[in-house]
Design a protein around this ligand. Structure first.
Ligand code: FDA
Length: 407
């Protein structure tokens, strides 16, 4: 049975990084991937341009049952380390909003870079390799035996980098979670993250009628609806109406924090002193209709929906005919529009999976399972999920680097 120092299960972002780092240390490394090619999510990421990291990586941009867990890996391998690698390979890139870094040309550049680094240190990559069984073995130096039913290998270290459940069409599988459980490790419940929100009728119909309308909003969630009013999470970015509900960066970001039956609060005019603006409009242009005033700052099609929802009975009144208190109430609704999703679009379209292998089971310094020497978990399979904006890849690079340094 061929023996390797390190077998990496899953050749995505985290798996390839851990393979090349272990290879640089002179370890004999084999990457096994069930898909027909490695790095598929890298290729489809960032609209084909791969938002490979962010200039402002901080632990606050990550969700986990243990928010401190990600700190060690993120500080051992920073965004600057990855940027240096990208520059070493002469890959052109640019910064977009919020410190997000994208390739100028194609995500293929990032995958090509990882593959060439793997080649340089002699990493072997096998695709179309579906594991049929993995077992612990005590025939030193092997600790693990892995088979697809036909071909078997042994390894001293096994790095599990099989990703999460998002986009099953791209080869996503729950295998990493099953494997963790087989080795007696706890796995926290999983759910779709960075995912569009869907609604029941009639709001679902309204979204469909506004499909394509996009605007910058502040979208937030209260920590404990109905009681404490402290804002738990808030993002000011684009919100977009679609034929299935709400999407766009602000909505994807808030979806990571959303739990069933919780309302999301939309401020349609973030940063505007809306009550003051509306009363000034009433004073200065008393004969104008409210919809005409609002259409100065909001898409007209959206204003027509808001009119039905917020001031249907006064719709044909000039501003002078709307009482100050009603105008204030309308301003309040425009800035605190409470919408309760019926769900999310789920793993079919989610960019990431929340939850996963419990970080209590893993050393944050090495990514090795505390109770199973030689078994490592990296990337999305672990209960660490980033915000939108290159944070998830940075977690994949950092956790992969750490495991590759010890495996
Ligand atoms: P990843 O999913 O990349 O890799 C897992 C690998 O394991 C795959 O190659 C798979 O085939 C393989 N595998 C699965 N089951 C297996 C099994 N049983 N046996 C063997 N192999 C198996 N993030 C970001 O920071 N910037 C961005 O621009 C984007 N954009 C983006 C777009 C879209 C459409 C999606 C779906 C996701 C993103 N992301 C992103 C998120 C990012 O892609 C994700 O966080 C990383 O790819 C996670 O890296 P991993 O290596 O952990 O898993």
């Amino acid at each position: 049975m061929p023996h390797y120092d390190v077998i990496v299960l899953g050749g995505g972002a985290a798996g390839l990084m851990s393979a090349l780092v272990a290879g640089r240390r002179g370890r004999r490394v084999l990457v096994l991937d069930s898909s027909n090619r490695v790095g598929k999510k890298i290729l489809m990421s960032g609209g084909g341009r791969c938002n490979f990291t962010n200039l402002n990586v901080e632990p606050e941009h990550y969700l986990s049952a243990n928010p401190h867990f990600c700190k060690s890996a993120l500080s051992r391998y920073t965004q600057w380390d990855f940027i240096a690698l990208v520059e070493k390979h002469g890959i052109a890139y640019h910064e977009r909003k919020h410190g997000q870094l994208f390739c100028d040309h194609s995500a293929k550049d990032i995958l090509g870079m990882l593959q060439s680094e793997c080649d340089d240190v002699g990493v072997t990559i096998r695709t179309h390799w579906q594991p049929a069984g993995i077992a612990a073995t005590d025939v030193a130096p092997a600790r693990f035996a892995i088979t697809d039913g036909t071909q078997s290998y042994t390894a001293a270290s096994l790095i599990v980098a099989t990703g999460g459940l998002s986009i099953p069409k791209m080869g996503a599988s729950g295998y990493g979670y099953d494997l963790a459980r087989e080795f007696g490790l706890n796995v926290l419940p999983t759910r779709a993250g960075l995912v569009p929100l869907v609604f029941d009728d009639p709001f679902s119909d309204a979204c469909a009628s506004l499909s394509g309308v996009s605007l910058d909003c502040r979208v937030s969630i209260d920590r404990d609806p109905g009681r404490a009013k402290a804002v738990h999470a808030a993002f000011t970015e684009a919100l977009m109406f679609s034929h299935r509900g709400l999407t766009g960066p602000a909505v994807l970001q808030i979806s990571n924090y959303w739990t069933e039956k919780q309302p999301v609060i939309v401020d349609l005019l973030p940063g505007e002193a809306v009550p003051e603006w509306l009363s000034a409009a009433k004073r200065n242009r008393p004969k104008t209709l409210l919809r005409s005033t609002l259409a100065e700052k909001l898409p007209r099609r959206l204003v027509l929906l808001l009119e039905q929802l917020f001031w249907a009975r006064s719709r044909e009144l000039p501003l002078a005919g709307i009482s100050d208190s009603e105008l204030d109430a309308i301003a309040q609704r425009l800035t605190h529009w409470s919408l309760t999703p019926s769900g999310t679009q789920g793993f079919a379209t989610a960019e990431v999976t929340l939850g996963g292998v419990d970080t209590d089971e893993i050393s944050s310094k090495t990514m090795e399972a505390k109770r199973v020497p030689g078994l490592y978990f990296v990337g999305e399979v672990v209960d660490v999920t980033g915000h939108l904006g290159g944070y998830n890849f940075q977690w994949a690079w950092a956790s992969g680097f750490v495991a590759g340094s010890y495996a």
